[in-house]
Design a protein around this ligand. Structure first.
Ligand SMILES: Nc1nc2c(ncn2[C@@H]2O[C@H](COP(=O)(O)OP(=O)(O)OP(=O)(O)O)[C@@H](O)[C@H]2O)c(=O)[nH]1
Ligand SMILES: [Zn+2]
Length: 356
């Protein structure tokens, strides 16, 4: 198979006479310790080279879907990933942890997505419509390093589309907001400016919001499985089964990984600050630097609310997001998962050593 790796945003390197020299690739799927990587030989199976990724003080970051990697190609079996490239954007805690290298190492296995240009924030215009959730996603998107775009789905199910769009525009200054219907095709044409070859898009939105339907509508082919009738929309349901990084016929790449759905609000403080810069700028006006913005005298926030300069609801949402963020930063569930993951890695390593 001859793959045009440049379609995947991979820069080719000079032909080397040494056939074992590492070649560039991009991760298209991650399954626990196995990876699928597209490279000049097509899509190949790969593992991490253990001397590089495990057991040393200065380990490479574990690759995630969308990552650029260097690969020791092996025609007969799994190739070996020897290097993770730098990320221009990522949904992964390690990039923003701000902790020492030792700490980064312990959390780097959080696999989500990397190197995307746009975050399509998806929210449905049906009775599920909720600007608070959009705000939360916006916060995460800003923090990823990529550009957010808001897509309001299922416009055919709402008779208040203009009002809803306006509501979202009010909380998403400087971000494009589109209302679309994958069913009728309405609004899809307006997304064209974001659907350019070699651009990578990642979706952020709850289950059932219409991600797969949109991708299928854009691709004009069924490349993703659309959920049938479902009994409940309980969290964590995952009905999409398909590749994790897909190159569409129009040259756009789509990343959709299970991890994207489980993404919490880790370290979202920076993102919250960007989304709520108007709110946080009021803190400077408070009389006391440790103002709780509650009953303290001379509070800039209370004053702005009284004078109608700050919407009380926006203030409440800010507090709520801060609270949720504190909660997820507590990450105890994450730490439990990490332990398990380490166990499975060391088991795999032991087994592979035995076989050698
Ligand atoms: N009326 C209407 N229904 C839609 C539209 N887009 C999607 N749906 C329906 O919404 C349901 C969920 O759509 P999916 O595309 O599977 O949603 P998803 O976000 O990919 O869902 P997960 O794979 O569970 O994350 C399906 O029953 C779709 O037919 C739309 O524009 N209008
Ligand atoms: Zn105050």
């Amino acid at each position: 198979m001859n793959t045009n790796i440049e379609d995947y945003g991979i820069s080719p390197i000079k032909e080397s006479s040494d056939s074992s020299a590492p070649i560039p690739g991009r991760v298209t799927a991650v399954h626990r310790e196995r990876y699928e990587v597209v490279c000049q030989h097509g899509e190949v199976g790969a593992r991490l080279k253990s001397g590089v990724y495990y057991g040393k003080a200065e380990n490479e970051l574990f690759p995630t879907v969308g990552d650029h990697v260097m690969l020791q190609y092996s025609p007969g079996g799994d190739s070996l990933i020897v290097k993770t490239g730098e990320r221009k954007s990522a949904f992964s805690r390690s990039d923003y942890s701000g902790h020492g290298a030792g700490y980064v190492k312990t959390i780097r296995e959080q696999m989500v997505a990397a190197n995307f240009d746009y975050v399509f924030i998806m929210a449905s215009l049906n009775n599920d419509f909720n600007t608070k959730r959009v705000e939360r996603y916006l916060t995460m998107a800003w923090q990823s390093g990529a550009q957010p775009v808001i897509i309001l789905t299922k416009a055919d199910l709402s008779d208040q589309v203009p009002q809803q769009v306006q509501q979202v525009r009010n909380i998403a200054i400087g971000v494009d907001v589109f209302a679309i219907s994958s069913k009728t095709g309405d609004g899809l044409i307006e997304l064209q400016s974001y659907l350019q070859p070699r651009k990578t898009i990642v979706f952020l939105g709850s289950s059932g919001v219409g991600k797969s339907s949109l991708v299928n509508a854009l691709a004009e082919e069924d490349i993703m499985k659309v959920a049938g009738i479902r009994e409940d929309d309980s969290k964590g349901r995952h009905t999409t089964t398909h590749r994790q990084l897909t190159l569409l016929n129009n040259g756009v790449m789509i990343i959709d990984t299970p991890g994207m759905r489980e993404l919490g609000l880790w370290d979202a403080d920076t993102g919250i600050s960007e989304t709520f810069s108007d709110v946080e700028s009021l803190f400077k006006l408070c009389k006391f630097s440790d103002c709780g913005h509650d009953t303290e005298p001379g509070c800039g926030v209370r004053k702005a609310i009284e004078q109608g300069e700050l919407d009380e609801n926006r203030w409440r949402r800010y507090l709520q997001l801060k609270k949720e963020n504190l909660f997820v930063t507590d990450k105890s569930a994450y730490l439990r998962e990490r332990k398990q993951w380490h166990k499975s890695i060391s088991k795999t390593l032991k087994e592979s050593k035995k076989q050698q």
